[in-house]
Design a binder for this molecule. Structure first.
Ligand code: PEP
Length: 247
């Protein structure tokens, strides 16, 4: 496994001015980070962020990609278009996309395939709702979500990043305990290992109200290879402190 990976997901936040000051503050505080770092920004800001991050230690990512290659899909953005902005990563299957845009497991798998075909690393998000956790279905749900991606991407799965994001923990301030997160990460790791000999290359990130106070404990778990950070990645000092807690 390479260094841990910390990814900021800005969601639908930012402005030209705010992005510039956030990125400048992050770069000023990150000379030789102990982890890999990426920012997934709104698509309209890709060109701005590409320029601000040029030759820096921070990689650029997008928050979604079309499952189609090209054509009459108004409002959609293809993997090839994203790649023109020097992107390394793209989120696929974030729970907000699954929930508000009815993205099925099959659509998420197809999006991952498009990203891989264009030389980008999909960050595939999986996670259960609180009702599913309470019904004891966590394992079944995350395994089903991952199985669809493995089925569609076969030998390429070692080229992706996986993010376990319990939906009940996203933006709610409720974090999975390190033990709860580790338990799910271990079973996702086992599923990847059963599918690929190179599964140890796959970073499995935790996401869901990760912040400066809880990051160190979560990141100390053996199968937590980094974080996918929403709200706290918008505050430079918080995100820097989380990156500093990576060992
Ligand atoms: C996310 O958007 O992926 C996320 C984990 O958000 P938050 O950190 O705000 O819970």
């Amino acid at each position: 496994m390479n260094k841990k990976l910390m990814v900021g997901n800005w969601k639908m936040n930012g402005s030209l001015a705010a992005n510039e000051s956030l990125i400048k503050a992050l770069l000023a505080g990150l000379s030789a980070p102990a982890c890999q770092v990426a920012l997934c920004v709104p698509a309209v800001y890709l060109a701005q962020c590409q320029a601000l991050l040029a030759d820096s230690v921070i990689e650029l990512g997008a928050q979604d990609v079309s499952e189609h290659e090209t054509g009459a899909f108004t409002g959609e953005i293809s993997a090839a278009m994203l790649r023109e902005f020097g992107l390394r990563y793209v989120l696929v299957g974030h729970s907000e996309r699954r929930q508000y845009h009815s993205e099925s497991d099959a659509v998420v798998a197809a999006k991952a395939q498009r990203a891989l075909a264009c030389g980008m690393t999909p960050i595939v998000c999986v996670g259960e709702t609180s009702a599913e956790r309470e019904a004891g279905q966590t394992e079944e749900v995350v395994k089903r979500q991952l199985a669809a991606v493995i089925h569609a991407n076969g030998h390429c799965i070692s080229e992706m990043v996986l993010a376990y994001e319990p939906i009940w923990a996203i933006g709610t301030g409720k974090t999975a305990s390190p033990e709860q997160a580790q338990q799910v990460h271990a079973l996702l790791r086992a599923q990847l290992e059963a599918a690929s000999k190179q599964a140890d290359r796959v970073h499995i990130l935790y996401g869901g109200s990760m912040n400066a106070a809880n990051a160190a404990q979560l990141l100390a778990q053996p199968d937590i290879d980094g974080g996918l950070v929403g709200g706290a990645s918008l505050k430079a000092l918080d995100f820097l402190s989380m990156m500093a807690s990576v060992r």
